[in-house]
Design a protein around this ligand. Structure first.
Ligand code: ZN
Ligand code: ZN
Length: 349
């Protein structure tokens, strides 16, 4: 009654509890899309935290195609799901607004991150399901689907989907249902939607032969979620690394990004070429530092502009008035911004 929502059940995952275990389901701390917050504020909409941001496996905002934030950009702390001082859209520690339009660094392209988009789309579909649809969901459907997959051999299944054999066996015991993340992984590799698995008792994807399993493994080679081993041309990789280091422009990529572009694992790259990787990492650090300095400078410039503009319009540029005009990612709480403003104001007196 107090919330004004007819069925508060619909705001939770209570209706999933018979089908999916809560193990590993939610993150320990908050995640949020700064752009969503910012848009809602701009349009005078209610600031809230969609339940989909809470899922452990969800790391992007589908609407804006950006990585969800996990730390306050001002005090750098991760934010607990609920505290005594929680307020939607604000950091409970430093009280900063968590929305922002400045998301260019956070873009997650869908071509190279198909798994992330698969996860957010599939969980989204589950969340949107009407209660009538949910009556069809059952644990039995999941079990019969898995049984149809494992029909031949547990070994081949576990290898193909990269799930330990002991885990697979435990599903058919008494009380160990497969977790959401594992089901998603299987669905992703088979290119089916998880809602079909929950709702249909006739979804029998039979992998008849060893060859079928191998085909799926092979297809997965190109996806970023796969651990299938493949031969790497190390000479070619070394040449490319040296090329990156000798390039006269700023090196804008981290070792992790370089590894991704070369289609290999960052740890593996480090173990093969420790010195080259160290150099790339150092160059990248310099680039990041340079960028930060440049951005901070731009921000201070903006503070100065706004302060003078107000003054020239005959408005006394109080802290509150200046902050109201500035983009939300520029805060006078920051020491450098504050002193620029303070000095400007002093000069008017
Ligand atoms: Zn968003
Ligand atoms: Zn904070």
């Amino acid at each position: 009654m107090l919330t004004g929502v007819y069925s508060i059940n619909e705001l939770t995952l209570a209706s999933w509890s018979n089908v999916l275990p809560s193990r590993e389901l939610f993150s320990q701390s908050k995640k949020w899309c700064p752009k969503c917050f910012e848009d809602w504020k701009k349009n005078n909409q209610i600031i809230y935290e969609p339940i989909i941001w809470n899922f452990k496996e969800v790391n992007i905002c589908k609407i804006h195609g950006v990585r969800l934030k996990t730390e306050c950009p001002y005090c750098s702390k991760p934010i607990p799901v609920l505290t005594r001082t929680s307020r939607n859209g604000f950091c409970p520690y430093c009280r900063s607004w968590l929305g922002s339009n400045d998301i260019t660094d956070e873009i997650v392209d869908s071509k190279h991150n198909s798994w992330k988009y698969f996860v957010v789309n599939n969980i989204g579909t589950l969340l949107k399901a009407k209660s009538e649809e949910k009556t069809n969901w059952s644990q039995d459907n999941i079990v019969s689907f898995l049984e149809s997959l494992i029909e031949k051999t547990v070994c081949a299944f576990s290898r193909c989907f990269d799930i330990p054999k002991s885990t697979v066996s435990s599903w058919f015991g008494d009380n160990h249902k497969p977790i959401l993340q594992t089901l998603l992984k299987i669905c992703y590799r088979l290119d089916i939607n998880i809602i079909e698995v929950l709702s249909s008792n006739e979804l029998h994807v039979s992998l008849i032969s060893e060859k079928d399993y191998n085909d799926i493994s092979r297809e997965n080679k190109n996806t970023n979620n796969s651990k299938v081993r493949r031969k790497i041309d190390w000479d070619n990789v070394e040449e490319k690394l040296i090329g990156i280091i000798n390039n006269k422009d700023f090196n804008t990529s981290s070792v992790r990004e370089v590894a991704r572009n070369l289609n290999c694992n960052a740890r593996l790259l480090y173990s093969h070429f420790p010195d080259l990787c160290k150099k790339i990492s150092e160059d990248h650090d310099i680039f990041i530092r340079y960028q930060k300095i440049r951005k901070d400078k731009e921000k201070r410039q903006k503070v100065l502009e706004v302060t003078f503009d107000l003054y020239n319009q005959g408005v006394y540029p109080t802290r509150r008035k200046v902050e109201a005009i500035l983009d939300s990612n520029i805060s006078l709480r920051r020491k450098d911004n504050y002193s620029i403003w303070k000095d400007a104001v002093k000069s008017f007196q």
